[in-house]
Design a binder for this molecule. Sequence first.
Ligand SMILES: O=C(O)CCC(=O)N[C@@H](CCC(=O)O)C(=O)O
Ligand SMILES: [Zn+2]
Length: 330
Amino acid sequence: MLALGKLLELTLAGREPTEKIQLTADGTRLHWLAEGALEVTPPVARDNGRDLLLSAGIHGNETAPIELLDRLVHRIARGELKPASRVLFLLGNPEAMRRGERYLEQDINRLFCGRHEEGSGNEALRASELERLAAAFFAREGRPRLHYDLHTAIRGSKIEQFALYPWASGREHSRDELARLRSAGIDAVLLQSKPGITFSAYTYSQLGAEAFTLELGKARPFGQNQAVNLDRLEAMLQGVISGQEADGAQLDGLQLFAVSREVIKHSDHFRLHLDDAVDNFTELDHGFLLAEDIGGTRWIVEEQGARIIFPNPRVKNGLRAGILVIPTEL
Ligand SMILES: O=C(O)CCC(=O)N[C@@H](CCC(=O)O)C(=O)O
Ligand SMILES: [Zn+2]
């Protein structure tokens, strides 16, 4: 295997490859652009015109998706998977990956769309670098742009694998992209309805990519992801990379949700009235007191069919401590 196929190994070891550009026997070019960043370019004769960005490790302890990208990079570097699309692999937060932590000082996934300019520290710098790498990769005109930012969640989930689809003014959510997700085993999609500050929100709203955050199971350390089944996603990604996707993807069975309210933690007095064992997508009863904060702020469930995702009272003040979602249709 080409040495650049060891993207993950090099990144975890904090090492730079001596040779930054290598070619496989079939003419695929691998280019180490920066720590944790590998650009894959097919030979011109095989290029199908699509640009695919795959990111993982934006949260350093979410290892199943990192292992998935590692498998894809290995197959490309061995010449077993022959790309027809350009692909950029990004491992988001290398230092957090090395320490097995979600983040060190700041959650990188709250630092996009300009937020890194207000902050300081290594994670703000890395968010800025990731934006620059993504923007340079997606700079070629006339090529469809696709980004999957792969995550696993802190809690278990009643819907194991789901996506979050960002929002941008004047753009409609794509049925074809939703069908592609369905074919990859994604059971539900949360359709956002306002601007975001995540990596996928950045590539969607500012770079014109079709972009998704994918939640793929529960976060566990490296080597302990046997319970996370990524077979269907892996097959779909290999199809997009090689340009040999199965036809006829359907939306059937895909559950759609809309954000009803984001619960923002305003102060250290914030209290969330949910147990740590409560799964994502748990239904909440009408009238349930979900959270309280300073100044008598109370979040009472008023929506019919409301469910909670990402409840987390330990986020920093000013950040999202949960999302109340409701079923919706396209
Ligand atoms: O399990 C949790 O509470 C968080 C899991 C996670 O990292 N989710 C992403 C979602 C990003 C998005 O809203 O598109 C995040 O919180 O950054
Ligand atoms: Zn995550």
